[in-house]
Design a protein around this ligand. Structure first.
Ligand SMILES: NC(=O)c1ccc[n+]([C@@H]2O[C@H](COP(=O)([O-])OP(=O)(O)OC[C@H]3O[C@@H](n4cnc5c(N)ncnc54)[C@H](OP(=O)(O)O)[C@@H]3O)[C@@H](O)[C@H]2O)c1
Length: 275
């Protein structure tokens, strides 16, 4: 029988690296550490090899259509499907960043929301029955980070579609360029908008799977973690930050409740809609 398969994006450092590590220890199958940069990826694999762990490596830049399609073709040729997909890769501009807000908005949404979705669009057809998808969100991805009441209602509507969500994310970018995004109910925090998008997308993805499969998709706040993204200010270690994502990646067969949910770093389900 073919080996089971787990994939982690942005696995060369930080929480993604620790997720790969924990999956190598607890997932029975092949674990792919993917990274946009081959050198950084291979270095990370060597670090894990030194611990006696054996992740596989493949180059994957989630913003590059060619890279996504190469990876997909490779998987189709070499594996019989995906059991676990952890969409971890993301960026965050620093507080001190000098790029204009409009640039930060466009780039953050391009990577964290639209590119994550492209990976899903490419790889979801390869998901096997019972697959687990983990979209790494953030505390900033809770709906309460959106100030506009009407906008919050639209984002939380059970009728929200991917097309509608895409157009809302695009509208944030366009209004950020005009400097009037707050008039439409958006916060002046591009990272928060991107992660609210990821958590909203997760709910829609689960709804789509519910009709005909036992595939489970959840989004997760990994905690405030000591990584480059937080300039090493987070109190949690990367291994602690990996706990909730790995818990979701390994949810047992037959799980009925933790589906399309927003999970906190202590593995509890948080109400995404209410404070
Ligand atoms: N750290 C926290 O406290 C915290 C809190 C809440 C949520 N999160 C979320 O947790 C996840 C991991 O964050 P982290 O703190 O571990 O961040 P990190 O240390 O900055 O690592 C981010 C990872 O994403 C990769 N990446 C960025 N752009 C990519 C692209 N286009 N294609 C492929 N990989 C790409 C990076 O690769 P390079 O090394 O090549 O840049 C790196 O491997 C993110 O989704 C983040 O938003 C983190």
């Amino acid at each position: 029988m073919a080996n089971k398969l787990a994939i982690v994006t942005g696995g060369n450092k930080g929480i993604g690296f620790a997720i790969v590590k924990a999956l190598c220890q607890h997932f029975e199958g092949d674990v792919y550490l993917t990274a946009r940069d081959v050198q950084r990826g291979e270095k990370a694999v060597k670090e894990l090899n030194a611990l006696g762990l054996k992740p596989k490596f493949y180059q994957l830049d989630i913003t590059d259509d060619g890279s996504i399609s190469n990876f997909k073709t490779y998987l189709e040729k070499n594996h019989s499907g995906i059991n676990v997909l952890v969409n971890n890769a993301a960026i965050a501009f620093k507080m001190a960043a000098t790029e204009p807000f409009s640039v930060q908005a466009e780039e953050t949404l391009r990577v964290n929301y639209f590119s994550l979705q492209k990976v899903c669009d490419a790889l979801f057809p390869l998901l096997l029955p019972g697959a687990r998808v983990v979209n790494v969100s953030s505390s900033a991805g809770h709906l309460s980070n959106i100030p506009g009441i009407e906008l919050r209602q639209t984002l939380s509507s059970p009728e929200l579609t991917v097309d509608k969500l895409d157009s809302l994310m695009q509208q944030f970018i366009e209004s950020a360029k005009q400097g009037n995004h707050e008039d439409f109910g958006w916060p002046s925090r591009a990272y928060a908008v991107s992660k609210v998008g990821v958590s909203a997308l997760t709910i829609i993805q689960q709804r789509q799977f519910n009709s005909d499969s036992d595939i489970i998709v959840n989004s997760v706040h990994p905690g405030y973690v000591d990584t480059d993204m937080t300039s090493h200010k987070g109190p949690l270690t990367i291994d602690e930050g990996a706990v909730a994502p790995v818990y979701l990646a390994l949810l047992p067969e037959g799980e009925k409740n933790i589906r399309g949910k927003y999970i906190w770093c202590d593995k509890t389900v948080r109400d995404w809609y209410k404070n």
